[in-house]
Design a protein around this ligand. Structure first.
Ligand SMILES: [Zn+2]
Length: 405
């Protein structure tokens, strides 16, 4: 399926040449609402996927379909087919407001699908083919597509500039660690948003090494950074109103003579020092440097960090909360902006496959900062709920809260 090109379309007429197979997808109650006349012509199979849903579910449904067509091609013989195929996804809207779907909506779905498939491909690709060098190339390619040149701080420069967290985690690896930033600064922006992603391209655990059953799958430890790359590409393409920075904390947590030892003390970008007791708790170290950079150098009003941090699905919440607070401490708890910590360790994959999780989440969560009508519509902070906004508190301005978007 790697060579599948995904296209989104409005429901077309019934006279297309009958040359492609058809799959009709939808929740049962929605399928039951569909009059036979509307699909009888489709069964002369001219499209590949027919999505039946309500208008409010178009975004989620389109994103779900994107996840079903991964670009990574090493997992099955079917996915190694190189002949180019086009899958056209058409929408038949049921329920209220079920008119035809707009061109702008289809463009938004195409951008979101592109971002999801990019993120999933990066997460699925093993470290020997997705090390920090190659991840940086992926970032540059997204930059090229958007006309943005990334800022990259790498290897010994990290040490010189005080990024003891990222440097300490990645210094033992063959390809050096990096902090990379893509910045989109539109005219008229009223605030600055930074998304900070954990990009551990492989996590052996370091000297506190993982076991033979817990290490496999650790190629996915870059899921936060991958999601942020996919979401940044889609968000900028669809028009973003505020300043948006994507900050990638890239490192391979490897074993070698240069590896950080338990008991070592690192000086972090925040100015704090950290004594290491477990080299497998590396995610919070790279993110601590990333969020400190976002607040100190990028002047962010809103910082969101996203990471596969704690495997929270099979532990209690204490560990993930603790890891989150560690990261927050490096922004400083008296910082007046808004900080959001998102742990995606569980949804980053489903079985053996990356999901591209995080792309649709970020596009929707920050939908209010987008020019795109559909992203505004799906934002959980959306239409008419202005009580979420501008919670300014007194206290001499020290605890002033920003609206999220
Ligand atoms: Zn780890």
């Amino acid at each position: 399926m790697a060579a599948v090109e995904l296209r989104f379309g409005a429901a077309s007429g019934q006279s297309e040449p009958p040359n492609r197979p058809l799959l009709i997808v939808g929740q049962l109650p929605n399928l039951q609402k569909l009059p036979w006349e509307e699909i009888s012509g489709k069964l002369l199979p001219q499209v590949s996927e027919e999505m039946v849903c309500e208008r409010s579910d178009v975004f989620a449904s389109g994103c779900a379909i994107a996840r079903a067509f991964p670009l990574f091609s090493r997992r099955s013989s079917a996915s190694r087919r190189t002949d180019k195929r086009v899958v056209t996804v058409e929408f038949l809207l049921v329920g209220q407001n079920n008119g035809p779907i707009e061109e702008a909506t289809l463009e938004c779905l195409a951008s979101a699908a592109d971002g999801i498939r990019l993120a999933a491909r990066i997460v699925d690709t093993p470290c020997n083919e997705m090390n920090t060098d190659i991840f940086l190339e992926e970032i540059k390619m997204v930059g090229d597509a958007l006309g943005i040149v990334p800022t990259i701080i790498r290897g010994e420069e990290l040490k010189e500039q005080g990024f003891g967290g990222i440097y300490g985690v990645g210094k033992a690896a063959e390809t050096p660690p990096a902090l990379a930033v893509l910045s989109y600064l539109p005219e008229g922006a009223t605030q600055t948003i930074a998304w900070v992603g954990k990009g551990i391209v492989y996590d052996t655990g370091g000297l506190s090494i993982k076991g033979k059953t817990t290490m496999p799958g650790m190629k996915r430890d870059c899921g936060g950074a991958a999601a942020i790359l996919g979401a940044f590409k889609a968000a900028v393409k669809q028009g973003f109103k505020d300043n948006l920075h994507a900050v990638f904390c890239l490192a391979e947590n490897a074993v070698g003579p240069k590896a950080t030892r338990p008991d070592d003390i690192h000086q972090m970008y925040s100015g704090k020092t950290v004594e290491i007791n477990n080299t497998d708790a590396e995610g919070r170290l790279v993110l601590a440097d990333g969020v400190a950079y976002a607040s100190k150098d990028l002047g962010a009003d809103i910082i969101l960090d996203m990471a596969t941090l704690t495997g929270a699905q099979d532990r209690d919440n204490a560990q993930s909360s603790c890891a989150g607070l560690f990261i927050g401490a490096h922004i400083g708890f008296d910082w007046p902006g808004t900080w959001v910590h998102v742990d995606i360790a569980s949804p980053v994959h489903s079985g053996e496959r990356a999901t591209g999780f995080g792309v649709a989440f970020l596009l929707a969560l920050f939908g209010r900062a987008s020019k795109d009508p559909m992203l505004n519509l799906v934002s959980p902070l959306g239409a008419g709920t202005d009580q979420h906004y501008a919670m300014s508190e007194g206290d001499g301005g020290m605890s002033k809260r920003r609206r999220l978007v």
